[in-house]
Design a protein around this ligand. Structure first.
Ligand SMILES: [Fe+2]
Ligand SMILES: [Fe+2]
Length: 378
């Protein structure tokens, strides 16, 4: 059965090589599944956060809107899923109406989108739960023993693809983090700056997604969050006499300092090449975060003097998050600004250098911003 399916669709399966982004590859597997089982109208992957028992929506393939995006929940909220994880076995629910009275947002939204049956497959990496692959259908009682035999294999294939991508990503992040730690030995931008600005960047990305201004799915939001602390990675190539100078930089020193943007981009290019990670979907975002976070909407930024929309949105987000935290932090050359002053400054920059929507996100989520300042205060 499965062999037939795989044979019929071997071209499609062959095209799922590493050159394609993970989301595309999952969508293609979904197409193959649907050719045989048209009633499997949604495939989704949730990732398990290491340590916290929090399950986060990650990617999905479905014709309709995603009922669960930018959503996280503790596994403990779903006893049946928790049990499946403990037993390391799939959870089959052939009639989702049994959860109808449940108050959980996730089951409600799945139901509202018309799904009536669910098959959930926990994916383990050795003893660690890495992800859960979900299959949903609008038909009840469709996940029969025969169907499940096939879906189990497809689910593991998807799980394997996700695990592989994640471990590549971990290699990349580990090498970049090492570089960051080396910079931190020398950079005055110490303390919670990177934690805070990464969280601000996440707030902004989610806000833009909620407003429908940009489509930031969970995966992208997560990437912005993870890449944000790497924005100044190019400073590794800046000599101590400039990087650690207390006081105003001379024009020549300033010019040198500004090269940290292009240096950062080169570093990302080198690392991805060395580790054979050039096809990694995240590379483009990482490149724009490192190279373009000092560009300005009015073209007055560097290194490329890009204007407005020419600046990738990821870089515009990082710029706002970075500037706000730089203002509100104490630096050797200046005291910390109050939040009122920093917000007033952002409002001024809305017309000139910084992205209007990103600034509005910070203003509208001031409470969250201040909470992050408390949690990651110096
Ligand atoms: Fe920078
Ligand atoms: Fe910074």
């Amino acid at each position: 059965m499965l062999a037939d399916t795989v044979f019929q669709h071997q071209d499609e399966l062959a095209r799922m090589g590493d050159a394609q982004p993970l989301r595309k590859r999952v969508q293609e597997v979904h197409r193959v599944i649907q050719a045989r089982y048209p009633f499997v109208t949604r495939v989704a992957v949730a990732l398990m956060d290491e340590g916290t028992q929090i399950l986060k929506t990650f990617l999905h393939s479905s014709g309709t809107g995603n009922p669960l995006s930018n959503y996280e929940a503790s596994v403990t909220e779903s006893p049946s899923l928790q049990e499946a994880i403990q037993l390391r076995s799939p959870r089959v629910v052939n009639d989702l109406s049994i959860f109808r009275d449940g108050a959980h947002v996730h089951t409600q939204r799945i139901w509202e989108q018309g799904y009536r049956a669910s098959y959930a497959l926990p994916i383990f990496q050795e003893s660690r739960l890495e992800a859960i692959v979900f299959f949903n259908s609008p038909e009840t009682d469709c996940f029969t023993a025969d169907v499940l035999k096939d879906l189990d294999l497809f689910g593991h294939l998807i799980g394997h693809m996700v695990s592989e991508e994640r471990s590549k990503f971990r290699v990349l992040m580990a090498s970049l983090r090492t570089a960051i730690q080396m910079i931190h030995q020398r950079d005055p931008e110490l303390g919670g700056h990177l934690d805070r600005m990464a969280h601000f960047a996440r707030i902004i990305a989610r806000h833009l997604n909620d407003l429908g201004i940009y489509e930031f799915n969970d995966e992208l939001v997560e990437q912005i969050f993870q890449f944000a602390p790497l924005h100044d990675i190019g400073k590794i190539g800046i000599p101590d006499r400039v990087l650690m100078k207390v006081g105003k930089l001379e024009p020549e020193e300033q010019a040198l300092m500004r090269t940290h943007t292009t240096l950062g981009r080169h570093l990302v290019d080198e690392i991805t090449k060395t580790f054979g990670l050039e096809s990694l979907e995240q590379k483009g975002i990482l490149q724009s975060v490192t190279e373009l976070h000092h560009e300005a909407m009015d073209g007055s930024g560097y290194p490329k003097s890009l204007h407005g929309d020419e600046i990738p949105i990821a870089a515009r987000i990082i710029a706002v998050a970075d500037v706000f935290d730089a203002l509100t932090s104490e630096r050797p050359y200046k005291p910390a600004w109050s939040n009122d002053d920093a917000f007033a400054y952002l409002i001024e920059q809305r017309e000139t250098t910084l992205d209007r929507d990103c600034i509005n996100a910070m203003i509208q989520h001031r409470e969250d911003v201040e909470h992050i300042q408390k949690v990651f205060g110096d």
